[in-house]
Design a protein around this ligand. Structure first.
Ligand code: ZN
Length: 518
């Protein structure tokens, strides 16, 4: 059976003042349907102003019915009933009508969708595609964030022990696992070490979610994951989640972990910076060496193993250098912040920002011009060929501005990520003092490209240079320089004028800056 859809809508404003009433629109529509010998279905969005299709339930229903093949004809008193002022939406709708071979009536006139000049379509298509793409993309991101905010747990994320998802993908406490989580926290609160806890769990035959044995790292991750106290980490944010232990208990456990760690004595010597130190004098690596009594423990140039080959560079105390490196890592978020301060004030960057803004405004201006012109056209005030020519010309200009803007954007890309980068680094280095040696070493290796140690005999000092690797700042090199002075006896000395600085260098250009830190 062939139905004509009669779509009527008035916005709140129109209802209040001018415009044709819903009853009149409907009346005219019915007349039209009858004259064509068709039955009709009425769709009405009353008092709803424009907005998206989602905001207009009847329009949504109409599109569903079209999809289901129920509708063959569509009547509107005026096209702007469908998509007032929203050219893009209109083109999207038109596409649907065309694909479903709907005959569309603009009051008395049938709009021939098929011989509608393809010119205009092609011109607008790009605009439409770009718009759709950006909208879909940001929608997906927004959706994920919204879902997380509502307490949903995404498909790709690993579900921590103690939790599960309900039918609506909401994160909920897993009744079968919750007691074990509580027990782990309780044990840690009673000062039972991580190793003992994991052994206990394995002895009792408990398995992890993946069916494996409990490892120290797994237990540690549970004890330090704020999710268990009802704070879910999500891309640098903390969102509410169902808690398994109280926040107070969680905090006490964190305190305990820090305290216990500092009492721990490692019998085996751990070379934290193994493989990271290079000798600027001869290019060889440094290696860690110690005497059994630990009186002499240093990172030293490989060349020193044979007196004849020694490059003359002197080694540096292991604990001291480890400390300097760990402290510099803790300061890394500050250093990156300083990078951004500099970056934002850099002349070159300011010029780029200004140009991007200029092109962005130009793009917007042209988009508005096109939309306005199409409005004027649909009011019948200008002929088609003028519309086509202008739209074509403006679209070309808009594309040109867009291309220029997009060519500049990568230079600024890093600024958009500023907060994300800073949060990411803060999170990564936050627990460094509590970490197991191997985790600490992994962290150091992930953040530091290389370390150079240069002995300057005339002035009795070591120059330590730490070159960071910061994933998102691959066009820049950040390095931390520190001078360490010694007295004539070989003891380290505090010297107020000893230099500590941050150097930022743009790779492949002359742009660089030194920032004194102390
Ligand atoms: Zn050397």
């Amino acid at each position: 059976m062939a139905f004509m859809a009669l779509y009527t809508r008035v916005s709140t404003q129109e209802q209040a003042s001018k415009g044709i009433s819903l009853e009149n629109q409907l009346e005219r529509g019915i007349k039209r349907a009858k004259s064509l010998g068709l039955d009709w279905i009425h769709y009405e969005d009353a008092g709803i102003s424009g907005g998206t299709i989602e905001d207009r339930p009847s329009l949504k229903k109409l599109l569903e019915d079209i999809g289901a093949g129920k509708i063959t004809h569509l009547y509107m008193y005026d096209i702007d009933r469908l998509s007032r002022g929203d050219v893009l939406q209109w083109y999207a709708l038109k596409k649907i009508f065309k694909e479903n071979k709907i005959r569309v009536y603009d009051d008395l006139v049938e709009i021939k969708l098929d011989d509608e000049g393809s010119m205009l379509m092609t011109d607008i298509k790009q605009l439409f595609a770009a718009y759709e793409r950006s909208k879909t993309k940001s929608k997906i991101i927004d959706n994920l964030r919204d879902n997380a905010g509502k307490g949903k747990w995404g498909g790709g994320e690993f579900l921590p022990y103690g939790y599960t998802k309900d039918d609506n993908k909401m994160l909920i406490v897993n009744k079968d696992e919750v007691d074990l989580i509580k027990l782990i926290f309780k044990m840690s609160l009673d000062n039972i070490g991580i190793r003992v806890i994991s052994n206990f769990l394995n002895d009792k035959g408990y398995k992890t979610r993946t069916g494996r044995k409990w490892r120290d790292g797994t237990v540690y991750h549970i004890l330090t994951n704020p999710l268990y106290s009802g704070k879910r980490r999500y891309k640098g944010e903390l969102l509410d989640a169902p808690a398994i232990v109280t926040e107070e208990l969680f905090k006490m456990v964190q305190l305990n972990l820090t305290k216990n760690r500092s009492f721990k004595t490692d019998k085996k010597y751990f070379y934290l910076l193994k493989g990271l130190i290079r000798c600027p004098q001869c290019g060889k690596s440094f290696y860690g060496r110690k005497r059994a009594d630990l009186k002499d423990k240093s990172y030293t140039c490989l060349s020193s193993r044979y007196t004849a080959e020694w490059c003359g560079n002197r080694g540096i105390d292991i604990d001291y250098l480890n400390g300097v490196v760990i402290n510099s890592i803790k300061d890394l978020p500050n250093h990156i912040n300083k990078f951004f301060d500099w970056f934002e004030k850099n002349d070159m960057i300011i010029r780029v920002m200004r140009d991007i803004h200029k092109y962005r405004m130009r793009e917007k201006e042209l988009e508005e011009k096109i939309e306005n012109l199409i409005d004027v056209y649909s009011d019948g005030e200008i002929p088609r060929n003028i519309l086509n020519n202008k739209v074509k010309k403006w679209n070309e200009e808009r594309e040109e501005a867009k291309t220029k803007k997009e060519q500049l954007l990568p230079q600024l890309g890093v600024l958009d990520k500023k907060d994300e980068i800073l949060k990411d680094f803060s999170n990564r280095v936050k627990n460094v003092d509590k970490m197991e040696d191997s985790d600490k070493q992994n962290l150091v290796r992930s953040l530091i490209d290389k370390i150079s140690i240069q002995w300057v005999p005339e002035k009795l000092y070591h120059l330590i240079v730490i070159e960071y690797k910061v994933d998102n700042l691959s066009n820049y090199r950040l390095s931390y320089d520190k001078e360490v002075y010694y007295n004539g006896m070989g003891w380290r000395m505090e010297r107020k004028d000893a230099l500590t600085k941050l150097e930022i260098r743009q790779i492949g250009s002359e742009v660089y800056v030194n920032i004194r830190l102390k």
